[in-house]
Design a protein around this ligand. Structure first.
Ligand code: FES
Length: 193
């Protein structure tokens, strides 16, 4: 019997000051947005007005630097790590070989069968909760604690538990090799249009 996931638009949610949505609307990827915000002293709290003060030329220069940093990271050899995913309504687990540093958003890009279960509506900027996963308690404490913006979004996720995380914010490392996560049967899509 097929399992249906339901997507509810319950409210418009904005990240801290709407800065991530602003950068996403300019066409930057989740990784680029993270890098851009990290370049500011206020990090994820950087107001849009501060981003705008850079002007198009300043922002482009910053993005180029961020892209170079991402490219250099991607050239480093990455070890395989294994991920086990309990899918709604399925008895057996989906086992995936990921690469160190991948997030569950990356896995959705490379394993299209996951699309049905993890919509990733905001493309990995922690603004929708459709990548919500519940981490097996044996692995949850091995992950870095969620940042405030992630924790805020988890509070709004469907069926959240103490070990809930946004899949797009989990960087799979050797410390969590063999991680087990459960995808809830439903999800809330809080990404404003
Ligand atoms: S993909 Fe939207 S919160 Fe993770």
């Amino acid at each position: 019997m097929p399992v249906y996931r339901f997507y509810h638009q319950t409210s418009r949610w904005m990240s801290k000051n709407g800065n991530k949505e602003y950068l996403a609307a300019l066409g930057y990827s989740a990784g680029e947005i993270d890098g851009i915000l990290k370049a500011f002293p206020s990090g994820i709290y950087t107001p849009v007005s501060e981003l705008k003060m850079l002007g198009p030329v300043g922002l482009n220069s910053l993005v180029e630097a961020v892209r170079l940093e991402i490219a250099s990271k991607n050239q480093r050899p990455r070890s395989p790590v294994f991920v086990n995913i309990k899918l709604p309504g399925k008895a057996s687990m989906l086992k995936i070989q990921a690469l160190e540093g991948d997030t569950f958003y990356d896995l959705v890009q490379s394993h299209h069968e996951l699309n049905r279960y993890l919509e990733c509506a905001c493309k990995g900027i922690a603004a929708c909760s459709t990548c919500h996963v519940i981490v097996d308690p044996a692995f949850a404490s091995r992950l870095p604690k969620p940042e405030e913006s992630e924790a805020d979004m988890i509070d709004l996720a469907w069926g959240a538990t103490d070990t809930s995380r946004l899949g797009c914010q989990i960087h799979i490392t050797k410390e969590v090799d063999g991680i087990v996560v459960t995808i809830p049967e439903q999800s809330n899509n809080l990404f404003g249009k």
